[in-house]
Design a protein around this ligand. Sequence first.
Ligand SMILES: Cc1ncc(COP(=O)(O)O)c(C=O)c1O
Length: 399
Amino acid sequence: MSLVPRFVPPAGTVLRGRDVLGWLGEAAVRGDARPDLAAIFRERYGLPHVFLVSSARAGMTVLLRVLAERAPGRREVAVPGYTCYSVAASAVRAGLRVRPLDISAETLDIAPAALDAAALSRSLALVGTNLYGIPSDAPRLEGAARTHGAAFIDDAAQCLDGRIGGRWVGTFGDAGLFSFDKGKNVTSIQGGVIACRDPGLADAIGRACAALPPQPPASVAAQGAKLLAYYVLLRPWLYWIANRMVRLGETPFELDSPMTGYPAALAPAVRRQMERIALITEARARNAARLGELLADVPGIRIPGRAGATAVFPRFPVVFDEPARRERVRDRLVLAGIGATGSYPRALRDVPELQPHLAPETADTPSARAVAAGILTLPTHGFVTDADLATISRVLRSA
Ligand SMILES: Cc1ncc(COP(=O)(O)O)c(C=O)c1O
C-alpha cells in the first residue's frame, strides 16, 4: 500500500461515490424504496418481520414500550455497564428503570457472574450490545434472560453482519436492532431497524411503528445534505472538519431525539451499501486484524475480543491500564492525523443524567468504570494506510 493519501475510496469503504450517485438518482425518480430495504434484511438475516424507523434509539424505545405492555409487572431493563448511552436513554424514554451490569474487560460483554437473579428477576428485558462489533455471548445472555423470565434484545447497532456460533448477530432473542447512524458499517446518517420472529410481537411492533409520525420533509432534506457532506468528509485528511460538524465520537445522553418513521428517500443509500456488505465487513475486519497483530505486544494495554466469533469492528478498541497514558496516546495520535477517540466517557452507572433512572440497589460496576477510563478507539475504515498503522504502533509504544 502506498504512503500517498487515497482519494478514491477502496472497495470495502462505507458509502462509496457510486452509492451516493445511485442514491441521488434513485431518490429523485423512485417512490418508496423502504420495502426493498426491509426485504434485504429479512432475506440476509432470516428474520421474517422487519420494521424501519428513524434510529435504533427510536427502535429500542418502541420495542421496550411494546414489551412493557405485555409484561406490566416488570419495569427494569438490564444493560451492559459500559455501552452506548442511547441504550439506557431509550429505556428511560420507554418509562423504565435501568440496571447496568458489570462487564468483562476481555470481551466488553456483560460478565457471566453479573447474570444472576438479583439482576434479572425484575427485568423486562436484558440487552446485549455487541460493542465495537465484538459479538456478545448471545446464547448465554438469551439463556439467562429466559431463566429469569426476561426478554432478550440482541442490539446489533454496532455489529451489523457479525456472527457468533455460526449465527448472525441481531437474530438472537425476542428481537434484534440495527442502526444506519453515522459511524456505522452501513449508513444513511440516521435510521434503525427492529426485527423479530414472533408474529404476535411483530403485530404489536408494526402497530407502534405505524403510529410514528413521518419525518418532516425539511428534516429529510437536511439529513440528505449531511449524508453528502459525510461522504466527502470521510477522507481522513478532512476528518477534523467532520469532527467539528457532527461531533464524531461524542455521545450525549439524550432523551428527546426524534422518533419518526424512516424516510424513503434515504433507503436507496443503505440498499446500495447492503449490496456490498460482505466487502465492507471484510475490509474492517482486515484492518482490525492488522491492528491486533501490530499492537499485541504493547505493554500496558488490553485488546478486547472474542475467540470463535466474527467481529465487524466499526472501531478497534484498546484499553489502557493507565488512563493518563490513554490521554497522551490519544493526543499524540490526533496530532499525527489519526482519528483516535476515547469512547463513552463514563460507565453508565456514573452518568449524572441517568442517576434518577437507575433501578434500586444497582450493584457497582468497577470493570465498566475502568474500561471507560482506559479505552481508546482506533479507525478501521478503508482509508487507513500502512503508514497510519505504523504511526499508531509507534505512538502506542512511545507514549
Ligand atoms: C449499541 C447501540 N445501540 C443503540 C444505538 C442507537 O443507534 P442510533 O444512533 O441509530 O439511534 C447505538 C448508537 O450508536 C449503539 O451503539
